[in-house]
Every structure is written in structure tokens, then in C-alpha cells.
Design a protein around this ligand. Sequence first.
Ligand SMILES: Nc1ncnc2c1ncn2[C@@H]1O[C@H](COP(=O)(O)OP(=O)(O)O)[C@@H](O)[C@H]1O
Ligand SMILES: [Mg+2]
Length: 299
Amino acid sequence: MPNKTIVISVVSTKGGVGKTTFVANLSGLLAALKLRVLVVDADPQASMTMYYPLAGEPRATGLADVLYRGGHILAEDVAATSIPGLSILAANLKAPDNKSVPVENWLQTRLDGIFMLKNAMKGAYVQDNFDVVVIDSQGSTGTLTGLAAMAGDFMVASFRPDFLTHTAFYSDLMPLLESLNVLRKQSPELGTGPVRVLLNDVPRTKNARMIAEALRGEFRPHANIHAHPDISVLDTFVPRGAAYAEATTNQCPVHQFDRPSNGKSNSGYEVMHQVVYELLPHLKGVWADGNIESNEVVQ
Ligand SMILES: Nc1ncnc2c1ncn2[C@@H]1O[C@H](COP(=O)(O)OP(=O)(O)O)[C@@H](O)[C@H]1O
Ligand SMILES: [Mg+2]
């Protein structure tokens, strides 16, 4: 049976570039569009695990247990959040008592280590219960980032247009992509999916505009990129705006918090819908009815 769950990995080799905020807003909107969504927190800092309140008690197990088991997710690992339709596999990446090495070190001792999360995505529990999985990852070039990158049908590379992030893109992310794709020639299954670069947390400055334009030029269609044959920059970008941080504080997806209003374009509601339509074109034209009451309460 072919896989039907769509897996989206959100990666970057730098921290603090808006990955977790984006994962929370993307997964929150997809759930509001009535998809069954699982978020996997693959960052030991566990920011995504703490982002939304849980509907019940936290689970005793999480991603580390799934990996130690050889890549099997069980129902008991996954917790429902307070957002209807949104569940989470918590990071839980510390070594369990009976293991002497952290999961990252252990993964490196396994020949199939890099494929462990990808395998977990193919399991019956995920395939039967979720339409979409969104994976949050740590900002590094480490094993867990590779694991997350490999697991996705495609990757969203979160890119804040500043000079240091631009530099890191070439010095870190491209070599990571290249190393993850060395086996692609044997079989495409052994490489990563396409890379969609998201300009994220974009300030309204000339500097940001220049870096964004440079990046679009470098990854124009058919550019000959050595690291991966399929890298492109999304047309939609996520602007820097107070609403994103405020939505986080309110533990609420930004589409619910920052609604379109008279005279204001580019609300979180509109931006996140446009991102979804680019990433998952079959959803085009579907809008979240949202929860206007909760927006009024927080204002
Ligand atoms: N679009 C945005 N506008 C304003 N602030 C943002 C935006 N996206 C993220 N941030 C802020 O940037 C900081 C880092 O974001 P975070 O999502 O934790 O990054 P990462 O997961 O890549 O480390 C947080 O304080 C977050 O509130
Ligand atoms: Mg994060």
C-alpha cells in the first residue's frame, strides 16, 4: 500500500530562525483545515513540545523511545493537544535510564540510523491516523537534523534573510544536503525530498530585501544546484510581526490570533493560508473558519 500521509520536515542549520513558530502555525492551520495532524518534536530543547497545552497528561514516552525501538510509533507515545485534530510526539530525547548513550550517539552506531525516523513515518499507526506529519528540528548540522531532513516527503528550509543566515545556508545546509544525498544515485528513496526555502521572520528592511532577492536569484528555476536537484524559494514569505510572538504567548496558532481586518493586508491568517496553498496545492481555496471569539477575548 503506498504511503498516504504527507510528511513535512522543517529544517535549518541555525537556531532562532523561526522554525518552531512556523511549525506551530503550520500544524495549527492544517488542523483547522480539518486534517489529522501529528507534530514530531525532533529538537532536544523541546520548544514545540511545550508550545500548545496538552488535552490530557503528558506521555511517558517520546521520540527517543521511538528511535530506540527501531522506528516504531505507538499510540501511547502520542499526546492530543488542546487544538482539535493536532497531536504531538514529544521530544523526550534524553537517554532513558537503561541506555548509557544519548540517542544521537546511538543512532550513529546504526547503519540505518539516518533512516530511523523515515521508517517511523511509514508505520501503520502514522499512516492510519494522520493526514500530515510536521517535523520540527534543531538548528544544527547534527544527526537529528539529518534524520528529520531524511524523513520528510519534502523539506521546508526556514531562512531569515540576514547576512549570517545567508552564510550558514551555504556553509552548513548545502554540505548537509550533499552528504544526505550521496546515495541518491543508487535510489531516490535513499536521499532527501525537494527543498522549499521559506523566507521567514522577514523584517521590513532594505538589507532583508536585498538578501531575499539574492537568494531568489540563486535558486531561480533550473539553477544548477550541486547539493540537490530540486531547491526552490517559496513565493510567500512570513513577515516579522508582533502577532507571531503574541500568538506564541497565547499558545494559539497565528491564523486564529491575527485575523484579516479592514485596511490590513498580510495578516497571519492570510500569510499562513498562502504558505499552505504553495506547499499543499490540493488544499487551495480551503479556508479555516477560525475562532473569532477567542481572538476577541485576547485583544
Ligand atoms: N514571523 C515572526 N515575527 C516575529 N517574531 C518571530 C517570527 N517568527 C519567529 N519569531 C520569534 O523569533 C524567535 C525564534 O523563533 P523560533 O521559532 O523559536 O526559532 P527556532 O525554532 O528556529 O529556534 C522567537 O522569539 C519567536 O517569537
Ligand atoms: Mg525551535
